[in-house]
Design a protein around this ligand. Structure first.
Ligand code: ADP
Length: 304
């Protein structure tokens, strides 16, 4: 049995259901990626989540939701008195914006216990985390998590990092850059989005993003680029372009990058060559943005 472990925060999502009513859901970047990986991985593979929630009813519901999607929750710590983070989606003239209540969420404590992090990582072959995962942690917990990920990499595990840069979550720009660099140095596979990298590291083009992450030690780098060509550098190989399918009507871009990551990893874990895995991931992301919501049901997604 092989296991993919995603590390991060799942939040309660409140979306407009009309007439002043709100619809409750659950989502978060790494959880979304885990959902898409689970959708495409054959059964002998496990997909597990490492996070922290509370012991309240909403936390129990969240755990049941994950389990219902086939995600193993044994490494989600339950902290007495804590509660999950929450965000609300506002829709105005077709544009989405978000309000967050996550500053005191249980997930911020997901890496406070080094022994727990280590035991969860040791059960996995591939570990995926993001810049959001790092941003929400205390400085000490960031160090703990990065240290454990470096150990995992040294032990031969595949460590996957999406910098997924959200400046509002970071205390300042210098910390953002230095912690993202430390995260990248712990990883073997990098899945950045070019617009983020350009804005925060000043990369002129996706090739510059690849060069920087190569210098920091990544083996495989796949730079997502919205409707533009993604760029893949696998090992010492040449950089190849992956053109995404044309999407006539973009309905909701939520989870474009997360679904891309999950589908790419599912293929990579089953031995599909990286370029083929990336082309498949682009097809999945194209389907996801043509539908509403972060977690698009399998019936609307490409066949494996
Ligand atoms: P993020 O959502 O993380 O910011 P991107 O905007 O780069 O990341 O999108 C991630 C992936 O989703 C892209 O690499 C591409 O495959 C797909 N994608 C995003 N926007 C479009 C689009 N307009 N048309 C087709 N594919 C898209």
């Amino acid at each position: 049995m092989a296991r993919l472990l995603a590390i991060g925060e799942c939040m309660v999502e409140l979306g407009d259901a009309g007439s002043g009513l709100l619809r409750k859901g659950f989502a978060g970047d790494t959880l979304n990626a885990a959902y898409y990986a689970r959708t495409y991985l054959p059964t002998p593979f496990d997909v597990a989540y490492l996070s922290a929630v509370g012991t309240d009813l909403l936390s129990e519901e969240m755990l049941a939701f994950m389990a219902g999607k086939g995600i193993v929750t044994e490494d989600v710590r339950q902290i007495e008195g804590a509660a999950p983070g929450l965000y609300m989606i506002h829709l105005k003239d077709g544009e989405r914006s978000f309000s967050y209540w996550r500053s005191a969420s249980a997930a911020r404590r997901l890496a406070d216990d080094a022994a727990h992090v280590r035991s969860a990582i040791e059960k996995a072959d591939t570990i995926v985390f993001s810049g959001i995962t790092l941003a929400i942690l205390s400085p000490d917990a960031r160090e703990t998590l990065i240290l454990e990920l470096r150990r995992a990499r040294a032990a031969g595990r595949r460590v996957v990092f999406d910098p997924n840069i959200r400046p509002r979550l970071w205390e300042d720009a210098a910390t953002l850059r230095s912690v993202v660099e430390a995260g990248a140095r712990a990883a073997t596979v990098l899945l950045p989005s070019f617009d983020d990298e350009q804005a925060h590291f000043g990369d002129a083009d996706p090739e510059a993003t690849i060069a920087r992450y190569r210098q920091w030690g990544a083996e495989t780098i796949l730079v997502k680029n919205g409707s533009g060509e993604a760029r893949l550098a696998a090992g010492a190989g040449d950089i190849v372009g992956i053109a995404p399918p044309k999407v006539e009507t973009v309905v909701d871009t939520t989870s474009a990058g997360d679904s891309f990551n999950g589908a790419f990893l599912a293929k990579l874990l089953t031995g599909v060559p990286p370029a083929e895995a990336a082309a498949f991931a682009a097809r999945v992301a194209a389907a996801v943005i043509a539908h509403h919501g972060a977690l698009v049901p399998p019936a609307h997604l490409p066949q494996p």
